[in-house]
Design a binder for this molecule. Structure first.
Ligand code: PRT
Ligand code: ZN
Length: 304
């Protein structure tokens, strides 16, 4: 693995991603879809970028914000929960922001929630006065409690937060929830959302003044293309011109219809990009409204 020099002028970009865990595979797939490929090192912690001078560092997610703050990595793919927690912790210490959320990536979705024993009635934040709350996100929780003028004890735990009420080490918890199964299995119920989270691309507060500037712009442009196309389909059909207003009303999540050259017995040829999935039912409604020869096509790549 090459020597890792922080804050020096560099001509390669370095991106930190989770080595293993929930975000590891989707992060790699996203970067691969942006045209990046790598040669893995034997220690499997550093991947040398082959198609472009963009290298990967495989680390624990907790380390990603700090690696960007220290200038060791330029970007990182990490949960917003982790990024905001460490940003709030820096704020508590009076430190300036050292990274920012550059893009939301649309995977790893979850919520940071307060959860109370199922037998309790939820009466609002004031009910928490004097109670003990177990969490791995103490800085976000303290900020939330402070904003509501609630004085509660924050019990910091690094894992197994959901069993704290059973063990008697806390009265309630503040933890990440996705399906809610873990809470139910521990006789807890979610009552308040502190943060809507998902995986994000985190980057430096200031831009680059070396070769990384162009590389970074190219990577972001490709990433925007990939993210935009994720659920996008190209819809093509023919229709009589007088049916176009009714058809447009049915295409709620689509870009404006574009007329293609040429005329057919069934009218004009039209196409549009739809940014949400198109169901069979929607196609049938379009057909009833006058669309003919409907075709839904996958879009591989686009530079908008
Ligand atoms: O080893 P490393 O430190 O890198 O990994 P980690 O164990 O700290 O993180 P990992 O891989 O578990 O999670 C990485 C990121 O995935 C988190 O920071 C979140 O941004 C995101 N994510 C999405 C989740 C969940 N969903 C999730 N459900 N992270 C954790 N959970 C846990 C939660 O803490 C609880 O224990 O899953 C349980 C709840 O799940 P449900 O489905 O039962 O509600
Ligand atoms: Zn972690």
């Amino acid at each position: 693995m090459p020597a890792i020099v922080a804050n020096a002028t560099r001509d390669r970009l370095r991106i930190a991603i989770q080595k293993s865990g929930r975000l590891a595979e989707p992060a790699r797939s996203l970067l691969a879809a942006c045209g990046l490929s790598w040669r893995e090192s034997r220690d499997r912690l550093f991947c040398y970028g082959e198609s472009l001078p963009v290298d990967l560092l495989l680390v624990r997610d907790d380390d990603i914000p700090g690696l960007i703050a220290d200038g060791v990595c330029d970007y990182g793919i990490v949960g917003r929960n982790e990024l905001d927690e460490q940003a709030n912790a820096r704020l508590e210490l009076g430190l300036a922001p050292a990274y920012r959320e550059v893009r939301a990536l649309g995977f790893g979705g979850c919520r940071l929630m307060l959860a109370i024993p199922e037998t309790w009635e939820w009466e609002g934040a004031q009910q928490l006065q004097g109670l003990r709350i177990a969490t791995s996100y103490p800085a976000i929780l303290r900020q939330w409690l402070g904003a509501r003028g609630v004085d509660a004890a924050v019990v910091e735990l690094s894992g197994s937060v959901e069993i704290a009420p059973k063990l008697g080490t806390a009265d309630l918890i503040c933890d990440l929830v996705s399906s809610g199964a873990t809470l139910r299995a521990n006789q807890l119920k979610p009552v308040e959302t502190l943060l809507e989270s998902q995986a994000v691309l985190a980057g430096p507060v200031h831009g680059f003044n070396d070769a990384r500037a162009d590389l970074s712009a190219m990577l972001l442009r490709r990433m925007d293309g990939v993210l935009k196309l994720k659920d996008s389909k190209l819809l093509m059909f023919r229709a009589a011109p007088d049916t176009v207003p009714a058809l447009t009303r049915l295409l709620v999540d689509a870009e404006p219809l574009v007329q293609l050259p040429g005329e057919h017995a069934e009218g004009i040829s039209l196409q549009t990009m739809c940014h949400t999935a198109i169901s069979w039912q929607q196609l049938e409604e379009l057909e009833r409204a006058g669309a003919r020869g409907l075709m839904v096509l996958s879009v591989e790549r686009s530079l908008a």
